[in-house]
Each structure stands twice: as C-alpha cells, then as structure tokens.
Design a protein around this ligand. Structure first.
Ligand code: PLP
Length: 376
C-alpha cells in the first residue's frame, strides 16, 4: 500500500461516512422535493446533514447552502455577493485557490480589483487591507482561512473586523481549515464561508457556502429553486448525507485530530532539520497541524516527487489542482521565494490514517536521496 501524504488535495472516505451514504444510493432514491412520504424522508436526511455541517462551524442550519463542492461555493460567494449587493470593488489575496483568484480576475473588466500583499512567512498583510479599506466603499474582501500549500493561517478575523467597520463584506475559503482547527463562523465575523466535504473524509462533489443572512446573494444557477433559490438543481443526496456525517465526526474528533496531526508534523520537521539545504516555507507563521511545505536546495521538486512515487510515497509538488502545469507555485511567488528554490517545493500533508512509521520512511528516503547517512 502506498503512503498517502497528499491529504490537502483530498482525504480517504471514512467508512462510517460511506455506510451513512449507502441507503441514499439505493433504497432512499426519492427526489427530496417530492411531497410524498418517500420524498419527505430524503428531505429529512438533507436537513440532518445541514444541522451537522452548521454545527461544525457553529452557524445556524438555515445559513448553509449546499453546493457541488468548494469550487462552486467560492464562485457563488464572490459572484453572488458582487451581483447580489451591487458592490463596486473586490480585494483578494494572491495566495487564494484558483476557484477564488481566477473568479476575481475574471471580473477585472467590470469591477475594481485589488490584490493584497503577502509577507515572506506566507501571511496576508493587514496593512494592505487597511489601505484598501481606506480607499474603497461598497466592497468584498476574500482571504482564505488557511492556505492549501503552506498551511499558513491567515488573519481573517482581524480583516473581517476592518471590513465590517467600513460597511464592507468579507468572504473566507475555509476548505483547508475545517476539521484541522477550530472554526467558528460567528467569531470570525465573516459574511461568507466556503467548505468542502472531501477534505474532511467525506465524499467528493459536496460542499457548502455559509452565509450571513443580512446579505443578498444572487444565484448563479437557476432552475427548480432548491437551496432557497440560491442553488437550483436536484440535490446530490448521498454526497450531502456523507458530508454531514463527515462534519459530525470532524467536530467530535477535532481536539484529538489536531494533536495527532501535529505530532506527525513535528516528527517530520524535527528530522527534516538534519537534511542539508532544507528550506521550510511559512515556518515562522502559525500553520495547520498537518502541512509541511519545503524545498531541498539544488533538488528539483518534480524529480523528487517522481522518485518518491516510485517508492510508493505520494506527495504534492505544489497546488494539487495546478499540478499538471510546471509553473512554480503562485503562493511561493507571492511570498517572494526565489524561483530556483520554489521549483524544488514539495508539500507533505498528513491525514488521520497516516502513522509515525510512515513519516520515518519518508525521512529515510529523503536522507538516502540527499546522500546523508541515516545514522543521525
Ligand atoms: N479551496 C481550497 C483552499 C482548496 O484547497 C480546494 C481544493 O483543493 C478548493 C477550494 C476546491 O474545493 P473542491 O475540490 O471541493 O471544489
């Protein structure tokens, strides 16, 4: 069995989640919009999932809009808010996932768009937010809660406070943060928050946009009026049920998961220090407990990734979604990392199924690969 260290790209489906989904792929097939008994039973399952997802981030179930995943929720958050409230300008961090940054860039011709600064530790500069807020009215700011490549946690509540004090709106992509750290919708003070099921051991193809009901969102998809007319289309019932179960389990196990993931990361990073030429990205910032993003000076990241793959160790060389183009990571570029070092980047992201022995296997291989004796 290969060792899967690419859990920020996706996580394995929890077997308890799979069991919860199965009846909705067979016996309970009715359309949740149908008024008959079978339809109502399926509707109830969606309502339970809505409560479970809301509970994970301490929102009210009525604030949850189910979508086909994080990508759709990000598109809905940005376009929905901009069109729904007739906003004038958008500020976005350059380290966002493409499902945020590319949406914002696509709106550049119609709206004023500002990209915020990022420091060398991988965090969005609040000074650049201050400047934006001073010079704009009627705006949306989108900054992710934790970055998918570096794991760096962003100053979202401080930015949300600035946005609110100028009557602006704030969206955060919390896809990587939930299940790995405590995330509280109210406390963060954001108006919109994106979640995705398959990053928390749920199925692919389900996600949610959480919204503050004081705001107006324009739908992107029109049709049968599902999800309070904000996302039409017959619901992906089994995936939504699985997302709900995954959210419930994530909440139950949050403290335990955090401690376990952090122990794996500490084991890796302590041993990585023995390898010459190591550069740890975002090491000075507060990070997700499961993510280590690094380069070995003079070693090409793609070549190392292939060698690790041959050994049965699966890692990423940068953003998973961009991994079929060989451009250096846009996140490292925004952090001002030199291109030769950025091209060596390898991301290890742990999941709850990983073990300390697997971490040691990776270290053994890296030591061999860099010609260092394992006697350290
Ligand atoms: N946002 C972030 C930060 C991500 O890491 C990802 C997936 O990699 C997404 C959004 C997209 O989520 P989904 O795969 O559910 O569309």
């Amino acid at each position: 069995m290969a060792i899967f260290f690419d859990n920020n790209s996706t996580t394995p489906l929890n077997t308890i989640v799979l069991e919860a989904m199965m009846p909705y792929l067979s016996e309970f097939y009715a359309n949740p919009s149908s008024i008959h008994t079978a339809g109502r039973k399926v509707r109830e399952a969606i309502d339970v999932a809505r409560e479970q997802v809301a509970d994970l981030i301490q929102a009210h179930p009525s604030q949850v809009i189910f979508t086909s995943g994080g990508t759709e929720a990000n598109n809905l958050a940005i376009k929905g808010a901009i069109y729904g409230m007739e906003l004038d300008s958008i500020a976005v961090s350059p380290i966002e996932h493409p499902s945020v940054i590319d949406v914002v860039r696509s709106l550049q011709k119609q709206f004023s768009v500002q990209e915020l600064d990022v420091n060398s530790s991988g965090q969005v500069s609040t000074d650049s937010v201050v400047k934006f807020v001073e010079n704009n009215r009627n705006f949306l700011i989108s900054v992710m809660l934790a970055n998918n490549e570096t794991g760096c946690i962003q100053p979202v509540s401080a930015i949300a406070e600035m946005a609110r004090s100028s009557a602006g709106f704030m969206h955060t992509d919390a896809v990587q943060a939930v299940g790995k750290m405590d995330v509280n919708f109210e406390k963060l003070g954001v108006h919109l928050m994106t979640l995705s099921s398959h990053k928390i051991y749920g199925p692919k193809g389900a996600g949610a946009l959480i919204y503050d009901k004081a705001i107006d969102i324009a739908p992107l998809i029109f049709g049968g009026g599902q999800e309070k007319k904000l996302r039409s289309g017959t619901e992906n019932v089994a995936a939504i049920v699985g997302f709900g179960k995954a959210a419930e389990l994530a909440k139950e196990k949050l403290k335990e998961s955090y401690t376990y993931l952090l122990s794996l990361r500490a084991r890796l990073e302590t041993q990585l220090k023995d390898i010459p030429g190591i550069v740890l990205f975002g090491g000075k910032a507060e990070r997700l407990p499961n993510t280590t993003f690094f380069s070995l000076k003079g070693i090409d990241g793609e070549a190392l990734l292939m060698q690790l793959d041959i050994q049965g160790i699966e890692v990423a060389s940068g953003s998973a979604c961009g991994s079929n183009n060989l451009q250096p990571s846009h996140v490292l570029e925004a952090m001002g990392i030199e291109e030769t070092i950025a091209k060596g980047a390898i991301r290890v992201s742990f999941g709850l199924q990983n073990t300390p022995q697997e971490v040691d296997e990776l270290i053994d291989f890296l030591k061999k690969f860099t010609n260092i004796s394992t006697s350290h």
